[in-house]
Design a protein around this ligand. Structure first.
Ligand SMILES: *Cc1c(COP(=O)(O)O)cnc(C)c1O
Length: 542
């Protein structure tokens, strides 16, 4: 609550003002707007508090459930927002914050976003978006070509075709994955004879008609949880997502995958989809996509690749070969809001076959007429913003070679960081970076030696303490506010698949320097010494 709270009343006049009168340049809001445009990084640095306040404290500022009866002056409200919300938000664009998949944005994105919001186009139909519809279709075409590399003639034929679609633009990887599996489900359980298809008659009748005992979605144990959500929403149930173990490099074990497919076939359970992950969320590894595609083909399963995070790697000629086989996928998810430096709300899925989205087509009389080019007829979401414009602009302004430089530099930075960790006697690299993501933990040299020589029960005792130390360091580092790495729990082969707590680092911010990485490790060494219980206990054990 601001001290000098001025009173205002809702009136037609003030309402008219907020729709018509621009913010005065010398008003509080005008000044803030100016600062944001001139120096966003400086503004965020100045307004996001470096100290970490407990969430329960913050909740007290957001405790009132009454919708205000008296309107606030926008300047007063701005102060309130800066004080209570912005100050306690997360500095995701800081080059010292290397734990997130979404990071800094290029400057040109800000004014473009404002224009996009101002235009307020609704991509659900042409009537409310006009040129935005062909623009979005072009973005989908460009991303489709990035994956499948068809020729000009292909894109000329399909990109703007009313009855076809090269993909669907959506709010993120979750909806993209759901859309891919929705298409897969409806194509598998399509109309046949008297049966009018799963889209009309539902799953129960579909399974009866096709005489399947059930459906399954197969993905590695590193698969993203959005697949379980999708299975839930699509009526298959979360248990139909079957996790296949990975090898020591966090890649799906194709022998086990093939064996599971055969076992399911014997039980008359149809594999709806095999999902390859191209850049797992936790370790950044890429599945053997070519082998998976062959298995999917053998079992008549839709092959989907979840490249939400790693898909942008295709923009790098140097690293593109790591995703070999992605062009065999029936559908591919890519999040532009991860490694393409576009703000959140920009996900997409592309389909190899431009006709496959017909399986989820919906029409309504007043909107989305049959034969129209309205994008809403084959997207899960209805009203949708013009986010594709930001992807379109980024592709043009940054260009393919520009993206290549960003991607290569992130991957090389991850390799540099991995080498720092390996050189340091008191750190243990847990997963090597394949893309720009790696995991590690603080583990004093003496403890490492001890771990290597003792039997499993003693190993466990040490690892439990190391988990506690990892958590302690990660929390302290976050609370200190200078830098941030995330933490996750992953199965580690060298500890018999034990779920082990690790630091997780994503090196996507172009402004993160080698010096920053050295400082992150130095700070962690420092914080470890502050642990008054776990570190001494560990050292006593070894
Ligand atoms: C981030 C991510 C998702 C989910 O995407 P959202 O944009 O968060 O909905 C799905 N799969 C993978 C591999 C991801 O990294």
């Amino acid at each position: 609550m601001t001290a000098n709270k001025r009173a205002a009343k809702a009136s037609e006049e003030t309402l008219h003002r907020i729709f018509t009168i621009p913010v005065a340049p010398n008003s509080t809001l005008g000044r803030i707007e100016n600062e944001i445009s001139q120096n966003l990084a400086g503004f965020l640095g100045a307004h996001i508090a470096a100290s970490d306040q407990a969430l329960t404290e913050i909740e007290k500022d957001f405790a009132d459930s009454q919708i205000p009866e008296d309107p606030a002056f926008v300047s007063d409200h701005m102060h309130h927002l800066l004080d209570k919300l912005v100050a306690q938000s997360v500095h995701t664009s800081s080059p010292n914050f290397i734990g997130h998949m979404t990071s800094a944005l290029p400057y040109f994105i800000l004014p473009l976003s404002k224009l996009m919001i101002g235009l307020n186009q609704n991509l659900v139909k042409i009537e409310t978006s006009k040129a935005f519809t062909p623009m979005e279709r072009q973005v989908l075409g460009m991303m489709h070509r990035l994956v499948y590399q068809n020729d000009d003639a292909f894109y000329q034929q399909w990109m703007h075709s009313a009855a076809h679609s090269l993909g669907a633009f959506c709010s993120g990887g979750t909806i993209a994955n759901l859309t891919a599996l929705w298409v897969a489900r409806n194509n598998l359980l399509k109309p046949e004879g008297d049966f009018r298809g799963v889209a009309r008659e539902g799953l129960f009748k579909a399974l009866k008609h096709y005489q399947y005992q059930g459906l399954a979605i197969l993905v590695s144990s590193r698969g993203h949880y959005s697949l379980k959500k999708s299975a839930d929403v699509l009526g298959l149930g979360q248990d139909s997502v079957i996790a296949i173990p990975t090898d020591e490099n966090n890649k799906i074990d194709c022998q086990l995958l093939a064996a599971k497919c055969q076992q399911l076939a014997n039980e008359n359970i149809q594999v709806l989809s095999i999902v390859g992950v191209a850049g797992t969320t936790e370790t950044g590894n890429i599945d053997p996509l070519q082998e998976m595609a062959a298995i999917a083909k053998r079992y008549n399963a839709h092959f989907h690749v979840d490249a939400a995070w790693g898909g942008a790697t295709l923009l790098s000629k140097k690293y593109r070969p790591m995703l070999k086989g992605i062009e065999l996928a029936d559908s591919v998810t890519i999040d532009a809001h991860k490694q393409m430096y576009v703000p959140m709300g920009a996900g997409l899925v592309v389909f190899k076959n431009p006709a496959s989205v017909a399986a989820i087509e919906h029409h309504a009389e007043y909107i989305l007429r049959k034969g129209s080019k309205d994008l809403g007829s084959h997207t899960l979401e209805g009203s949708r913003p013009g986010m594709a414009m930001l992807v379109y602009a980024a592709l043009h302004v940054i260009s393919r070679p520009g993206y290549e430089m960003l991607i290569n530099s992130s991957i090389e930075k991850a390799h540099y960081f991995a080498s720092l960790i390996k050189q340091h006697a008191d750190f243990e690299l847990v997963t090597e970076p394949e893309l720009c993501l790696l995991t590690y933990r603080y583990n004093p040299e003496r403890v490492q030696q001890r771990l290597a020589s003792v039997e499993q029960s003693q190993q466990e005792e040490i690892n439990v303490l190391l988990d506690k130390l990892t958590k302690f360091i990660q929390k302290r580092q976050r609370e200190n506010g200078k830098s941030f790495v995330s933490r996750t729990r992953i199965e580690v082969t060298r500890y018999q698949g034990r779920k082990t707590l690790v630091f997780r680092v994503v090196l996507a911010n172009p402004l993160t320097t080698q010096k920053i990485l050295q400082d992150v490790l130095a700070e962690q060494v420092q914080l470890a010494q502050e642990s008054e219980t776990f570190l001494p206990q560990l050292l006593a054990l070894s």
